[in-house]
Unconditional design. Structure first.
Length: 549
């Protein structure tokens, strides 16, 4: 009997060891967390240097926003987009150079309008406007051709016990399925910065006060109106117009917006970048979402009554009779104030926030196409549009990626501020360049002292010329973590991030992070001690642009 018990115990121990072994992945040189374009360019750079790498993507689909609907690229100055980022747009050009790619319209009928540039640049062999599935196809081709090990739907276990550190170095992380990944260098290439946070690297959420970094365009920006995304007409925020006792309509906050220039922990609004079509052969009409409530769109009703007629201003065209539809106007696809909890939320809570954005935006389109209070001309025109049946086929033709314009931002070795963006100071260790405007979407919707509704937080300040981004902005402080690189949730102020946060720049920074990871491994250095001279040499070798010529 005793022998049987001992044998049973040994069998159980062996079985437990087998289960544990199944949960330990092979060790690799570099673990990259995220399925964004930055994650892919980082992986390609690591792999072409001969290092082993695994990409842990919490998403089924690779490409983040670039394959999730943002096809009308925020280009900025295209001359400073190099490396794999430029290669991406060259691959887009090659795709649309094939006649078979124009299946819903002719190439000639598309025209050639881009954002600040032509859509199809024959001189440089690049194209900056594209359909979502084309972008995803390019990323999938890249990881296949480079034989990148990608684990999809691999969510980081965000419990403290899921990360192992020795001093300031991460030794391993664990995903929710229990798999453990060990590496010499880790890269957090997510829009949220979950690995960065788990590693106890300092970060911030929201807007710093202007006085923190001596800025002008940070903090609360009450009274600043730079786009047409504020209420010009005097619109009542109350359920019964003018009746302060009737309660506020949906989407208006009762909170005071705060004093100009002060800090808060609020975020610029999120939305889905929508691939719509008005081609009846490929159009699926807007469906009424679950829990649809037309009262959520009362402010839009009142705007229409006041004569607002810019509803289709940002239906930017991409090939094949499709759009990259973005926000526009005082009431739009931007779901203002409904994302504040997103960065720190659990996965379940994030799913709920994403679903709320989905229902709001789908309801907005349905309302505009069907509600009798919408002006006839707008309603009939909107009814001509719908989601594209050949996009996002496994997600009911809805984008799989919410536009996380901003979440956590690292407080790293160097903090990029508006002074860098506006050319007032320079860095000595550039790893890429940005050029887009200082751009923030609205952060809050409130009631003015006069009793009307107003938005706050929308900023758009032109950048005089392209600016360099410091290596110090993608590495943590040395006393916090020495083998982590963060090319997306970079170390910057809120308003500086508003310029950096463009997809081409993330691709650039991802590749530079990959190059730094390789050098750190080859020279047995922590990321803070990577020889910048060697890093610069490698970045120039692979076509990165580090200064404006």
């Amino acid at each position: 009997m005793k022998k049987i018990k001992i044998g049973l115990k040994l069998a159980l121990v062996f079985a437990f060891m087998q289960v544990e072994a199944q949960h330990v992945a092979k060790k690799v040189d570099v673990v990259i967390y995220g399925g964004t374009p930055a994650a892919i360019t980082a992986a390609l750079e690591v792999k072409q240097a001969g290092k082993s790498v695994v990409v842990l993507s919490p998403d089924r689909h690779l490409g983040g926003l670039s394959s999730g609907g943002l096809g009308f690229t925020d280009t900025g100055n295209k001359a400073v987009i190099g490396g794999f980022a430029k290669k991406f747009y060259q691959d887009v050009y090659d795709h649309y150079s094939q006649g078979s790619s124009w299946n819903w319209q002719s190439r000639a009928s598309f025209g050639n309008r881009g954002q600040g540039t032509v859509a199809m640049d024959s001189e440089h062999g690049t194209m900056w406007i594209f359909e979502p599935h084309v972008a995803e196809g390019i990323f999938d081709t890249w990881v296949r051709d480079y034989q990148i090990d990608v684990v999809r739907e691999a969510y980081l276990d965000r419990q403290e016990s899921a990360i192992k550190k020795e001093g300031t170095a991460i030794k391993s992380i664990k995903t929710l399925d229990g798999t453990v990944y060990e590496a010499k260098i880790f890269i957090d290439a997510t829009y949220e910065g979950d690995l960065m946070a788990l590693a106890k690297v300092s970060y911030t959420i929201g807007r710093e006060a202007n006085k923190t970094y001596g800025e002008r365009w940070n903090g609360v920006q009450t009274g600043v109106f730079q786009h047409r995304h504020h209420f010009i007409a005097k619109i009542s925020p109350y359920k019964r117009e003018g009746d302060t006792n009737s309660g506020l309509v949906f989407g208006v906050s009762a909170e005071d917006p705060g004093q100009y220039g002060t800090a808060d922990q609020k975020l610029q609004a999120y939305c889905f970048r929508m691939c719509l079509t008005n081609d009846a052969r490929n159009r699926k009409p807007f469906a009424q979402p679950r829990d649809y409530d037309p009262q959520h769109y009362v402010l839009l009703q009142r705007l229409f009554r006041a004569g607002w007629d810019e509803a289709f201003q940002k239906f930017d065209l991409v090939p094949n009779h499709k759009t990259d539809a973005n926000n526009h106007g005082p009431f739009s696809t931007d779901f203002i104030g409904m994302n504040y909890n997103y960065p720190e939320a659990s996965y379940a809570e994030r799913k709920s926030i994403i679903e709320a954005h989905h229902h709001y935006q789908q309801g907005l389109y349905y309302f505009m196409a069907n509600d009798p209070t919408v002006p006839f001309a707008i309603r009939t025109r909107m009814a001509e549009w719908g989601v594209a049946k050949d996009e996002f086929k496994d997600n009911d033709n809805w984008p799989f990626q919410l536009y996380i314009r901003e979440a956590r931002r690292m407080i790293g070795q160097y903090v990029t501020t508006e002074h860098n963006i506006l050319g007032k100071c320079r860095v000595e260790d550039p790893i890429g360049m940005g050029s887009y405007t200082l751009d923030s979407h609205n952060v809050q919707r409130y009631v003015t002292k006069e009793g009307y509704v107003q938005n706050e937080g929308d900023i758009g300040v032109q950048v005089p010329k392209p600016y360099a981004i410091s290596y110090g902005s993608i590495i943590p402080k040395s006393d916090e973590c020495t083998n982590l690189l963060v090319p997306v949730c970079v170390s910057s102020s809120h308003i500086a991030f508003g310029s950096i946060r463009m997809e081409p720049v993330f691709m650039v920074l991802g590749q530079s992070a990959g190059a730094a990871a390789v050098l750190a491994i080859d020279n047995d250095h922590v990321v803070q001690h990577v020889d910048y001279g060697l890093l610069k040499k490698q970045l120039l070798k692979v076509g990165q642009v580090l200064e404006q010529k």
